[in-house]
Design a protein around this ligand. Sequence first.
Ligand SMILES: *Cc1c(COP(=O)(O)O)cnc(C)c1O
Length: 341
Amino acid sequence: MEKKNIDWGNIGFGYIPTEARFVANYKDGAWEEGGLTDEATITMTECAGVLQYAQTCFEGLKAYTTEDGKVVCFRPDLNAARMADSCRRLEMPVFPEEKFIDAVDQVVKANLAYVPPFGSGATLYIRPFMFGSNAVIGVKPADEYQFRIFVTPVGPYFKGGAKPITIRVSDFDRAAPHGTGHIKAGLNYAMSLHAIVDAHKNGFDENMYLDPRTRTKVEETGGANFIFITKDNKLVTPKSNSILPSITRRSIMYVAEHYLNMEVEHREVYFDEVKDFAECGLCGTAAVISPVGKIVDHGKEICFPSGMEEMGPVTRKLYDTLTGIQMGHLEAPEGWIRVIA
Ligand SMILES: *Cc1c(COP(=O)(O)O)cnc(C)c1O
């Protein structure tokens, strides 16, 4: 198959429409079979549930080419399960998990020409999402929904290596204790936009959100979970009902324990402890791990011993091991790699 003529090493993280996407509609209480289409534009009523009351959720995963030339994706079953959780919390019908995985396969197969070659650092980003599509004016769940998956090739997240970033402790809150922080709802991002624009204006790369109730415990950033490494080599990662359960973070916990023989603690992490950690990172599908060099709390700086030049050594090992599993250099745990083509 002929690849598209794209400068794989130099594409950014933006939307490049491809030829095929998957669409299935929900109507009269049932999902239609759904299938591929070349129509990238959605037409719907001005009163759609998604437009009036933000009834929408999404997922994000990647397909990529391994060293031996296979096109694979990473743990799509967990994205399917997480989207089902999001839908239940937002009173949306669940798109069956097996059908979700099958739809991912179909879209990637139909867009093989857009899957970046091995070694380019680029990947094919896969965006499943769902939204209420019929007219809703009194506040209630929609009766009709659309489930869609499009894909878009994205460049290497870090051009020229991952430099540690600087983050600030945010005065804004991300997710209330019994709110929607644990699901991938579009509304969680809408309300984070002001905080991130303000962070950038003030010279910070990201916001660290604390728990809104006590403002003493670390939650996450707008779109990535935290990992910390203690001075005696343990992996510590915050636990809270309002943190989005990152698939990357859960995979890193497994890798730390089973591949690197590290002790792993998934527990509440007080902000007061953060100054004592040796390394800090952010994890999510897009970058896998972004190293954090500095955290600023209203003028007070925490500078990690790993510095501002490169990833800390333990973070680096975790990163290399997880990406080694993803790329096929290292044997993957059962069920982690789904071969699509
Ligand atoms: C998607 C997301 C993450 C990262 O999850 P992955 O499954 O690792 O990509 C972390 N935090 C938030 C708020 C997210 O929406």
